[in-house]
Design a protein around this ligand. Sequence first.
Ligand code: ATR
Length: 269
Amino acid sequence: MNKVGVIGWPIEHSLSPVMHNAAFQALGMTDWLYDRIAVPPDIVRLSLRELRDHGYIGVNVTVPHKQAVMPFVRPDDVARAIGAVNTIDFRFGVGTNTDADGFMRDLQAHGMDVAGRRVVVLGAGGAARAAVYALAKAGAQIALVNRTFERAERLIASLGVDAAAVTAETAARAAFDLLVNCTSVGMAPHVEASPWPEDVALPEGVTVYDMVYRPARTRLMAQVEARGGRAIGGLGMLVRQGAAAFALWTGVEPPTDVMMRAVEGALAR
Ligand code: ATR
């Protein structure tokens, strides 16, 4: 058996096993298996060694371990820039980050070209770092809005990108094409919350990309649509970051439509 999997804590709700195993099945790769592996924070290093010694080819890394695994792998350029690893290949001891790639590919799949466009990013955590890294590389003009303003400034400085930390009011005045939510605000069970302040009018006709995918339609997505805009949920990014890891381990491009149907089915249950 070729074993891969995902480590996290807690891990019960991860959708990764269902989507990867659906792809293995669709491709007839019956000698591959994707596991869900609960790893408490104090035994990350030990667990990585155990998994490698037990023949795992690689693992995905999710909350709260994405930064913690960095010292125990050789991070590639992308992982080093983002400061987090979401995919490990034990065969080479390398850690990479497919979140930025998954995000950009999903934007492209939705026909969004961000080169030269004004983009407002909400948040300054790990998800925002991946988004800002990817958007800057693609030539977007980025404004970063975060509850804790200094954290936005720190993110920009540490990534060394040309972006501005601003308030939502300032961002709204300057107008923009795309709004990307990289905070967890609006995620179930707090579905009535929005990361965009209710008292600041959203520009009309913007596109929102909400990395939240539980629920499928967030309060923020509804706010944007009420202003004549377009809303894209974060499920496609989840699938595409997984697809990139799948291709890395197996050398095979997985069917993203199969993976998407698998996660949609799991969420509906
Ligand atoms: P991740 O790595 O998933 O991005 P994180 O590092 O905990 O997670 O970052 C969470 C982001 O959501 C942060 O930008 C956080 O804002 P702060 O930097 O001010 O903490 C934002 N966030 C979380 N809860 C929020 C809330 N209730 N209102 C506004 N922003 C919130």
